[in-house]
Design a binder for this molecule. Structure first.
Ligand code: TMP
Ligand code: ASP
Length: 234
């Protein structure tokens, strides 16, 4: 497998072509953004942490029957993945209230939700990734009804699996964001799963080990990312 030219650069990753048309390389940067890039910064070695943590999580989910784009980790910052067509929807699952749902519904941070909440956001940077529902998705043809059902089913199963995975590391999975892609006629899990895309609170102390430390200038950002990596790689 040979690395070829850059195809795309996003806020936190660069994507490269390979000599195999079905495979691409995700390169993880240290760049951090929040609130739709209104806040920008760098978290030293975040790219390494997110690549290594995502790799472990994808391996685990794959071993539990969730199809993912992950092929293998190539180094500290690179992951070989299947070239999927990204569904322009972010699927968010929430177990406890934090972040935007607290602002939207006036909830106290940490409120236990009676059942997990599933949200969809339309991936559209210039609109700040607005919250949409299944009617919007259908009306705008963002995904088929069948694809939406599959994404919801996988998201629920991933919530169970990742909840257990992180609880074993003494971290509570508060919420997370998933992206899916279309690959050879199937829906597969794509993008990354990392402290950028999950909220993780230490069980017992409630200490935050995720990107909220960067979003809200809480300090010890690098240390928190490193701690997640060391627990995940145990
Ligand atoms: P939110 O509370 O800001 O809506 O975020 C919910 C979860 O989704 C949280 O774990 C962070 C993650 N997330 C992303 O990964 N990317 C994003 O662009 C946003 C807004 C949230
Ligand atoms: N990733 C988003 C941004 O670029 C939002 C977030 O994670 O808070 O701003």
């Amino acid at each position: 497998m040979e690395k070829r030219e850059r195809i795309f650069e996003g806020k936190t990753k660069i994507v490269y072509r390979t000599d195999d048309p079905d495979l691409i390389i995700q390169y993880f940067k240290d760049d951090a953004t929040a609130f739709n890039a209104a806040k920008r910064g760098t978290v030293v070695n975040k790219g390494i942490v997110n690549n290594r943590v995502s790799s472990r999580v994808f391996e685990y989910l794959g071993s539990e029957g969730i199809p993912t784009h992950y092929v293998r980790r190539l180094g500290d910052r690179e992951m070989l993945v299947k070239k999927a067509e990204i569904v322009p929807i972010e699927v968010i699952v929430r177990n406890k209230a934090a972040g935007s749902i607290c602002r939207m519904l006036g909830l106290a941070e940490g409120l236990k939700l009676n059942v997990p909440i599933f949200e969809f956001c339309y991936k559209k940077d210039d609109l700040n990734d607005p919250l949409v529902n299944e009617y919007h998705i259908r009306a705008l043809n963002l995904a088929s009804d069948q694809e939406v059902d599959i994404m919801k089913w996988y998201a629920a199963r991933i919530n169970q699996l990742m909840g257990r995975f992180f609880a074993d590391l003494n971290l509570e999975l508060i919420d997370f964001k998933l992206e899916f892609g279309r690959y050879k006629g199937e829906i597969i899990l794509a993008d990354e799963i990392s402290p950028d895309t999950c909220r993780l609170w230490e069980i017992g102390t409630g200490v935050k080990y995720d990107k909220d430390r960067f979003r809200h200038d809480m300090g010890d950002v690098e240390e928190a990312y490193q701690e997640v990596l060391s627990r995940v790689e145990g």
